[in-house]
Design a protein around this ligand. Sequence first.
Ligand code: NAD
Length: 485
Amino acid sequence: MDRVQLFIDGAFRDAAMGRTFPLYDPTRGVEVARVCEAGAADVDLAVQAARRALSGPWGQMPVAQRLQLLRAVADGVDARRDEFLALEVRDTGKPVSFAGTVDIPRGAANFRIFADMLAGQHDEAYHQDTADGRGAVHITQRSPLGVVGVICPWNLPLLLMTWKVAPALAAGNAVVVKPSEETPSTATLLGEVMRDVGIPDGVYNVVHGFGPGSAGEAIVQHPGVDAITFTGESATGRAIMAACATDLKRVSFELGGKNPALVFADCDLDAAVAGTVRSAFSNCGQICLCTERIYVERAIFEAFVARLAAAARALVPGDPLDPATGMGPLISRVHRDKVARYLKLAVAEGAVVHAGGTVDDAAGFTGGYWVQPTVWTGLDHSARVLREEIFGPVCHVMPFDTEAEAVALANDTEYGLCAAVWTRDVGRAHRVAGAIDAGMVWVNTWFLRDLRTPFGGMKASGIGREGGHYSTEFYTELKNVCIKL
Ligand code: NAD
């Protein structure tokens, strides 16, 4: 796919204005494809197609048939796994060992789980006594929201996009998807799968482009879009929310984080170190759930730092296509430069560097967006490096003396997405999990997901929850019908 087209009304096409932008290989920084850039006219075509689908075949399709089609989409992703994997790795530079076990299988699984979930959905009904003795029944009906604008980031492209598209379609909506400008390919390939399994034209549309002044803004401002589901930076969420205020579009936001890990002296140290290596460095630190702030009880602080730093040094970034590689490059030059600025800032703010701290190329690659996994200590809690989301393979480790201090440090942030707690004391696990202001707390593990559970953040990390019936809540309108008997 060296030309990534738009997918509108069941057909692949160039943008109306004929504009394209380059897509770069993160391992070498060279152009690998041209992406068609949608403008307002293309977004309008997509929205009109989506509305036609809603009033036509998709809106009239029996629910069981709709859900069967979504299961076929899951099978279609599985059948073309290698193509999805190749494109995801090309766009992101993430290792096949990660994309092949996380991104692509989850992309398929999302369609199955929401098809199953909607198959079991039922209406609520209440009988009410009335003064005349005849009574009334109340039936609560659900209907789709309509056209949903789906705006996605680049870090888990297929996984996060289908995490929104699957429940939206299962609930009967039509979607206009804007993948990140950095990772347009798998959303586009999914258009082929949708078409081939028989999803009606206009149900799934993909427009490419940027945010302000481009496709993203055009979706948010389009009066024919009923709701926006967005995953990305908190600052972008604020801009989208302001734009959505004009016509009171519904919003669902999964935003940034600055997640803590709390490591108590009574933990299983091997498990805590291994878990923190994962939570700090997976996907090159580019998962919203990654832990950039690690707090360790003083009795084990030095041993923990030494072991974490040794593990970080052993994580050598390399060829994403080699199944043995555990870490690839960052997504883009812009992001690499941002992370590099934080590497400098950390030292200027007084950090001690225990591992990494540099942006050296991986062996055999020049011109890519590489950065070495980095472990710092020694910063004051007011340091910008501890306040701002960096979104790279970096973490700072700080000692604490009491449980209350650990919780206070964990909560001393504008964000509230998730936390990891490492302890063998069950009482402490309950107490600390309850006291942390975050949408998700993992105890003695990290990133263990059950897709039925609520996923999302408190504070500046989001609005609403995704997952299981929480997704259905967002993608449907409720109507109470009262029938007097
Ligand atoms: P981003 O906010 O820069 O971009 C996300 C998407 O929004 C892109 O498609 C972009 O083109 C679009 N966009 C940007 N400005 C827009 C505007 N004004 N109107 C409409 N669309 C606009 O985020 P990113 O750099 O792609 O992703 C990284 C961020 O995402 C990090 O902050 C990370 O924490 C967050 N994230 C959060 C979760 C979560 O579940 N909470 C998951 C993954 C990533």
